[in-house]
Design a protein around this ligand. Structure first.
Ligand SMILES: [Mg+2]
Length: 262
């Protein structure tokens, strides 16, 4: 089923049906809340989006589920939502029972093994992120050959990692680590919420959109045939209006409740 454009009367009505103070509002970060930029380390959310998100967290539970480390995600956001899950679902807050320090030990071992195999290959960069690890190869002259070298180095890793696809990057995480889909379910469970709205643009966000066992309203950023999300936005810049719309609905619900109409 192809996703429908969210900015239609039908799409906005459907979103309104999911928008309330007892909904979990969950977001991917890069390409969803923050625009994609050439310099990966320079990503930031706009001031306008940040102000809306701070308003939203005063009305409902907000979670960010990102491939970044929690620390990087917090720096990009410039504020603290109710929950940040980092490393593609693998990294949870220090006080969470889902925090697993063995994942970090596992990625440390992989980093050392990969340095032995891949050091000296032009343009390959190993980024250690704690609970996951990224091998970047965007700057290589022949990405196909370099990718095959990376793939053969991964085959030799012990324990065997889970591979997470990306553009000119291979991400590795422990087999037992949560996917983004499992992370969203655990977040809903932790907050005791039965309904969620999720926005994302990555291949890994499909793990969320494909969830069958939760009451989810999924929005993919970008018009792509392959997404399992029910709705899409044309671009990241449309997030601002959608945030305003969701805030307006929850605030209206609150006012109606206050006057006894609701
Ligand atoms: Mg993204």
């Amino acid at each position: 089923m192809n996703a429908l454009y969210l900015f239609t009367s039908e799409g906005l009505m459907a979103l309104a049906g999911y928008t309330s103070a007892d909904t979990l509002f969950a977001f991917d970060l890069d390409g969803t809340l923050a625009p994609i930029v050439d310099d990966y380390s320079a990503a930031r959310i706009s001031e306008l989006v940040r102000v809306r998100l701070e308003r939203l967290i005063s009305l409902a539970k907000v979670s960010v589920i990102s491939g970044r480390s929690r620390k990087d995600a917090r720096d990009i956001l410039g504020f603290e939502p109710h929950l940040i899950v980092g490393n593609h679902g693998a990294e949870w807050p220090e006080d969470s029972y889902l925090r697993n320090h063995e994942f970090v030990a596992c990625c440390t071992a992989w980093r050392n093994q990969l340095h032995e195999q891949l050091d000296g290959i032009q343009g390959v960069e190993i980024e250690f992120k704690g609970e996951s690890l990224s091998i970047h190869y965007r700057r290589t002259i022949d990405p196909q050959i370099v990718l095959s070298l990376i793939e053969s180095a991964i085959v030799d890793l012990t324990p065997s990692p889970k591979k997470i696809a990306g553009k000119f990057v291979v991400n590795l995480a422990p087999e037992e680590a949560f996917t983004k889909g499992e992370a969203l379910m655990a977040a809903m469970d932790g907050f005791g919420l039965k309904r969620a709205v999720f926005f994302g643009d990555d291949i890994t966000d499909e793990e969320v959109f494909q969830l069958k066992s939760v009451d989810l309203f999924g929005v993919h950023i970008g018009k792509d045939d392959w997404t399992a999300a029910s709705y899409y936005l044309n671009s990241q810049s449309e997030m601002l209006d959608i945030l305003d719309y969701m805030i307006m609905i929850i605030e209206t619900q609150g006012r109606m409740r206050g006057t006894g109409v609701f």
